[in-house]
Design a protein around this ligand. Structure first.
Ligand code: NAD
Length: 489
């Protein structure tokens, strides 16, 4: 199989590559240099309609395929990904502007996720339990929901595809993946690998296009029984409202404004390394990025200088020698610049960055200088809004209690981290911080594919993906009661 980004990225519907029904295309821009990388099908309601019809035709037979056999097929897809890991990484890097090394690591994570779910075909556990009635047996079995609608963000494109497609398919659903408009080729190549692996036509359909045009018809389609969405809280709200109209099962994995606490007893070298990675790796485009850094007063000045020193050494660009690349598109970059400008008018002090890189190497791409800010109120707009870029804010706190209170004073609750050598502080923080993930002495990110990930408050609706917990999203439990009559023995 030769892997190159084609000039035009079509949909995958019913095992065939198809343009949008309207014949419309849109440009996918390379964020590293502003050039047109390829064009992508600009799909709409008619394409979603076709994809749902294909999924409906394919799903009954897929559901009747024993889960172990489904797992073996998913394993073939994983083998295809392993065989082409470098080429997939090349596509991810070209679409996102991240380095090949980072894209390769991300593809490795997607492979691990696939391996995990392929093996779940040998488990998919229900439970057996007791009954209050004589000669009655009680158990639960997992059943597919039917048609899964999957909508994803562009930040870690191959991981985002894997996180949803593998659990949806192992549970016996047919799926329609609405790819992120900024990373069409990554989704497309996954479709190609699935096709070569022998996934039956219509089991996985991939529709390209914009959210309101191609995503919303998927959300509103009466035959889509489970909707899983990874993206912004703003769009998550729209999806919850629309899906609520028809009482569809939904899973929402949304944004974060994640706190990282640096205590006075922390290993400051280690903490500054992890703050830098949490805030700036992947250009800060992680739901789990550390964007609120809460530092004990007694080490604040020293830590701030250590951080600035580290940030000065960061290399920005799209090569393996660089620390991070561009943000995904110019619109996002401009939103960040506007937010920084508004914060400055309210007294924010920019310690580093705050500007688009306009030198000859970066000018054509969408690069924001790593931005460190202080003197911001915890209630200011920039403290409460996710910016999804290489931007972090420092806050001075007097003690542990103030750090914990400030960490929790957020509309979001996705991840958190504390740096301390004090066991009591570490455990108390893990216990009391209002997030779905908490880390001691590392970064705010770094979740593993076999672990449940997700947030509280406005970071999600309480579901968890991936891990075995995702199986609860993509399957329905059925209670089975068996009654026997000993007189008939
Ligand atoms: P976004 O919400 O703008 O878009 C995400 C997806 O939703 C895209 O595929 C888009 O086309 C689609 N979409 C947009 N409007 C829609 C609509 N009206 N109906 C249906 N679909 C629609 O988000 P983004 O800017 O692409 O991604 C960044 C966001 O994703 C951040 O908030 C980040 O925190 C979040 N994210 C969360 C997780 C998590 O696991 N919690 C992981 C990665 C990213």
């Amino acid at each position: 199989m030769v892997i190159n980004i084609p000039e035009r990225i079509p949909n995958w519907i019913d095992g065939k590559q198809q343009p949008a029904q309207t014949g419309a295309w849109f440009d996918k821009i390379n964020p590293a240099n502003g050039s047109v990388l390829c064009q992508s099908a600009r799909s709409g309601k008619a394409d979603i309609e076709n994809a749902v019809l294909a999924a409906k035709r394919a799903q009954p037979q897929w559901a009747d395929t024993p889960p172990v056999q489904r797992g073996l097929l998913l394993h073939k897809i994983v083998m295809g990904m392993m065989a082409h890991q470098a080429e997939i990484a090349q596509i991810v890097a070209a679409e996102t502007g991240k380095s090949h090394k980072d894209a390769f690591g991300e593809t490795g994570g997607a492979i691990q996720c696939g391996l995990f779910y392929a093996s779940e075909g040998q488990r998919l556990y229900g439970k057996t339990t007791t009954s209050g009635t004589a000669h009655k047996y009680a158990m639960t079995v997992r059943q597919p929901v039917g048609i899964a609608g999957l909508i994803i963000a562009a930040n870690t494109p191959i991981a985002n595809v894997a996180w949803k497609v593998f659990p949806a398919l192992i549970c016996g659903n047919a799926a329609i993946l609405k790819a992120a408009e900024d990373t069409p080729a990554t989704a497309w190549i996954f479709g190609e690998i699935a096709q070569v692996a022998g996934l039956p036509s219509g089991v996985l359909n991939i529709v390209q296009g914009f959210g309101p045009e191609a995503g919303q018809p998927l959300v509103e389609h009466a035959d889509v029984g489970i909707l899983s969405f990874t993206g912004s809280t703003e769009v998550g709200r729209i999806i919850q409202r629309l899906a609520g109209e028809r009482l569809t099962k939904i899973s929402l994995e949304l944004g974060g404004k994640n706190p990282l606490v640096v205590c006075d007893d922390a290993d400051l070298e280690n903490a500054s390394k992890w703050v830098t990675l949490s805030a700036f790796s992947n250009a800060g485009q992680r739901c789990a990025s550390g964007s609120r850094i809460l530092i004990f007063d007694s080490v604040y000045d020293q830590f701030r200088e250590m951080l600035i020193e580290r940030i000065r050494r960061l290399k920005i660009g799209a090569t393996d020698e660089d620390d991070f690349g561009p943000v995904i598109n110019e619109g996002q970059l401009n939103n960040m610049l506007k937010a920084i400008k508004r914060a400055k008018t309210q007294g924010a002090v920019i310690l580093h960055g705050g500007e688009r890189l306009m030198d000859s190497i970066h000018r054509a791409g969408f690069y924001l200088s790593p931005t460190l800010i202080e003197n911001v109120s915890p209630t200011a707009e920039i403290s409460c809004t996710e910016l999804f870029g290489p931007i972090a804010i420092l806050y001075r706190v007097q003690n542990f209690e103030e750090a914990l209170a400030l960490a929790n004073d957020s509309p979001y609750g996705l991840t958190a981290c504390i740096h301390t050598c004090n066991l009591h502080r570490a455990i108390r923080f893990c216990d009391k911080v209002q997030t779905g993930v908490v880390v001691v002495n590392a970064g705010t990110y770094g979740s593993e594919p076999h672990m449940p990930f997700g947030g509280v408050k406005q970071s999600g609706n309480g579901t968890r993906e991936p891990g075995t917990e995702a199986l609860d999203i993509y399957s329905n439990l059925k209670d089975v009661y068996l009654n026997i009559d000993p007189a008939q023995l």
